[in-house]
Design a protein around this ligand. Sequence first.
Ligand code: SF4
Length: 217
Amino acid sequence: MAAAPARELSRGAGGGGKVDRVNDVDERIASALEKIHQAQRSLIWEVSTREKLSPIQIQFLLHLDRFPAEQRTVSALAREFDLSKPTVSDALVPLEVKGLIARKTNEEDRRSAILALTAKGKKKLAALGDWRGALVDAVSGFSAAEKEAALKFLAGVIERLFEEGVVSVARMCTACEHYRPGDSRHRCALTGRGFGDGGINVGCVNYSLPPGGVRDE
Ligand code: SF4
C-alpha cells in the first residue's frame, strides 16, 4: 500500500501562520485514535488490577503464548513492544518469580534464552478472559464495507508509523516481506492466501520484516 505524501497542517482563517488544530481533520483523527487507545488501556487495567499484573506483563504473556521460539527472546519482545531490553527484563522478573514463565537455553544463540509460559502461566492467561471484548463488540456492529475501509485506513497509518520508525514491528500485511499487492486482490507469498483489503492481517504470527526493516537495538 503506497503511503500518502507527508501532510501539510491546515492554516487558520486568513491564511496566517497559526495552525488551526481544532478544524484539522488529521488532528481529530489522531484524537479519535488516542481515545480508542484510552479505552483499550482502561480495559486492560481492569484485568491488570484484578490479576496483579502490569498491562505490559499481560501483553508479554499473550505474546509468549502465540509466538514461536525465535519471537520469544528478550530482544524480540523489546522490538515487538518498542521497549528497551532492560525494561523488558525488569518486567519479566515478577513473571518468573511467580512461576508464570520459564527460560531455556537458545541452542541457536547461547547468549540469549527462549522464554515460555509454564502450566501456571497458561492458567493465568486463561483467567485473564476476553479483556478486549468491549472493543470487538464496538466494532462488530458496522457493515463489512465500513470495516474493510477502516482496516485499510488503519493499516495505512501503521505502515506510515513503521516507515517513520515510530513502530519497530508493523506485524501486518502491507509492511510485510511476504506481501504481494494487487489492484483489488493481494497475496501472501508465504501462505499463498489471496485477499482483499478486508483480509489484511494485523498481528500476524508469520509476519516478516521487509529487508532493511530491522532497527538497531
Ligand atoms: S505473512 Fe502474515 S503479515 Fe505477511 S503477508 Fe502473509 S498474512 Fe500478511
